[in-house]
Write a protein that binds this ligand. Sequence first.
Ligand code: NBG
Length: 968
Amino acid sequence: MAAAKKETVKTTAKKTSTDKKTTTKTTAKTTAKAPAKKAAAKSETKTTKAAAKPAAKTTTKAAAKPAAKAPAKSTAKTATKTTAKAPAKKASAKTAAKTTAKAPAKKAAAKTTAKAPAKKTAAKTTAKAPAKKTATKAVKAEPKKVKIPKAKKPTITFDKELFKRSVLYNVRTLYRKNMEEATPQQVFQAVSYAIKDQIVDYWMKTQEAYEREDPKTVYYLSMEFLMGRALGNNMINLMAYKDAKDALEELGVDINVIEDQEPDAALGNGGLGRLAACFLDSLATLGYSAYGCGIRYRYGMFKQEIRDGFQVEVPDNWLDNGNPFELRRPEYTKEVRFGGYVSVRTDEKGRNHYYQEGYQAVKAVPYDHPIVGYGNGIVNTLRIWDAEPVDCFRLDSFDKGDYQKAVEQENLARNIVEVLYPNDNHYAGKELRLKQQYFFISASVQEAVAKYMRNHKDIKKFYEKVTFQLNDTHPTVAIAELMRILMDEYYLTWDEAWKVTTRTCAYTNHTIMAEALEKWPIELFSRLLPRIYQIVEEINRRFIADIEAKYPGNKDKIAKMAIVYDGQVKMAHLAIVAGYSVNGVARLHTEILKNQELKDFYEMFPNKFNNKTNGITQRRFLLHGNPLLADWVTEHVGDEWITDLPKIKGLKVYATDKKAQAEFMNIKYKNKVRLAKYIKEHNGIDVDPRSIFDVQVKRLHEYKRQLLNILHIMYLYNEIKEHPEMEFFPRTFIFGAKAAAGYRNAKLTIKLINSVADVINNDKSIDGKIKVVFIENYRVSNAEIIFAAADVSEQISTASKEASGTGNMKFMLNGAVTIGTMDGANVEIVEEVGEDNAFIFGLSSDEVIRFENYGGYDPMEIFNNDPDVRKVLMQLINGTYSEDTELFRPLYNSLLNTLSTSKADTYFILKDFKSYAAAQKRVEEAYMDKKRWAYMAMMNVACSGKFTSDRTIKQYVDEIWHLDHVTL
Ligand code: NBG
């Protein structure tokens, strides 16, 4: 895809801060009873209707190429009734697991869908070992015996003819054109508005139902929502995709071409933001009242271009053509205040009232995006806030000397939502970032309270109807903001406000990486948010008293646990102390939190801690992203998997069936052809779809160890050169990754991958046995194509470092086999699919943590004793991959040199190298045995049921949020 226009907007934050330096006078004596004037938030706004801006673009006709065939609807043709008896042995020799008969048969018989963790099934279930239960067992294929449930009846309708008329009408009224004249972009807009028309009815009905039933609502507070494209997903969830595709075909338009016109909504960095997007999809699909609350960044995640092998960041002007699905809601505008100072006045009853004065204000204007539930008519809202100056320039400001202030407010508004910080798992401590946090949190909390008060009288029962989920520490100021509103605007006492707040807020931790933990200097925090800081200080004062009561005289505890300490405000501590729930995102991660990182807090509040293993939405990552496989799955097990993913386990009986294996591998092949075409178009590289597609796509981070992957490729290349006769199955190594703009080693790793690719891809002597491809600008939309085509899923982080991972689940769902460490959710993936259907290697998290705590690892020893490793490392600095022998020196140094400042090989790359290489050898052997590979890949799909975000959300609902279910 063309790289779009090059704007001159910087992706880095401009230093803005023109804040006043007036600091707080009042000490933190917040006995806070504080009544005050009720900021009746009646900010008036002028209504500039977000009109669809007709995009002027060249008139390239929407190609009418019929889209790649779409296999027919589930015709339930193989239906016969289930004879619970799951097939017995057979087991294609090699895979035949050591497990004896028992498992599968028993399993299927009990008609309870493997509710695993909950049930516990009484006495005789010995050793829990869910690992073995299904997986490794090769089951005999008796495909005919499987009952195919009836296709689900849509509870919603889609009027195809109306849709067609609407598209034609929109093209005409928006652009004064007919279909033949309209550009693909214009057709995209017209189609989107037509779909939006249909959504709006359900959107209104949903809101009416919520008004009527008054269910408890979750506000998912998140700096990031990595939504990707909306059009295709909306059509899928309206159950209208195939009708819309046909309708467009009848209008002479290819739906794929139209979908490709839409820029990704890339309001997130990686896993954390995409998880938020998957959660919204599941919440709507399951019928729960939910808001996503975030920021409408003018520029989302930068676009990545590769020039001369280096990453170049290009601004992502995603709103360039307008956004057909969004709705500006000026009637819900809120004012957010920064800086100034707090003054206290005591009323006649002796109660203190706190006023922020001399502040700068900015207007927060919400834009709503519909979140369509699958087939149930529920449409929830993602509400993202834009910033506008409070006052437009008034001429009389000049006279009053307010000119400077007017300019400042204008700048503040412009800067605040300008750009998403492109750091994943890394906190940069920028002042503007804290402003962004408070900006969207203040607006969201104000609106949540206002909305509640529209229908309820008693603010003290707020938590019965509202819960806030803090997506990592970024939204933690919500705690103090809610306290502020309750005390300063609703006159609750401290204790009353605390009771409400601590029953409203819950916190998810997404990382143990130290550099990702947010700690704000007091100076900055208190200057920007004077009233909020007072409240945080008071929370801290009371918490320290609690620590002292529990651990008298133990100063160490205070040093480790205080919220405000050593000149810093520690956001994670605040979130834990005030949250009613603290969860990790995979079982191993939660255990590490409890036993290592947050040990002291766990000791003090054991009941707050719980695990919620991440999940992904199968609607986007299978139904939309991989239509061939989706249809095939439906043909075999019915379509219930779309909203009940565990049903996909019905595929197990096909895993040894020859015909099914052939069909399955044929679909994989076609998806590889699709990706090969994409690679040819975007990279100009020819790759062979018959080779093994070995894929690592995710953010570039040292702990994720893309460096291990590329070093291993260098090693393989050496092997092939040295032993040209050796057996080697052709492999295509595919990478995709963005590096944070200021992350030197990450960016250098991208350059290394591209340099290695240049050398290897152009070496005729190896006969194309290895190809290396770096896919530019990895993002949600191309991810869908990549997952569908992968054979091997690289999940090779240093054990203990990847909190969960979610790409691992997307690969699994699409039939890729994992090569990985026992880290994050890999542990649970292996447990579901069985060790024999994955390639596990490397140090365990315990071993890593032991080395970290007690030392004992010296990479130099490996360098000295292992000639293969030594050779590869020397190639980093001897000109093999760059004429500039110093170019990759920092990577070499990071592995070996104990420069006084940093440890050598922090991420145990050399330590795990041999074990990784051995696992890769096993991958090759397995792939060469076609039947075995097909079996493994199909078992991965069949065992992916646990990893739907529907399951994750159900657990959040049952165990944390306690929401009410709503049907239309
Ligand atoms: C990321 C973790 C991933 C995890 C996602 C979603 C952050 C701070 N954390 O392992 O690195 O899958 O969160 O939970 O981005």
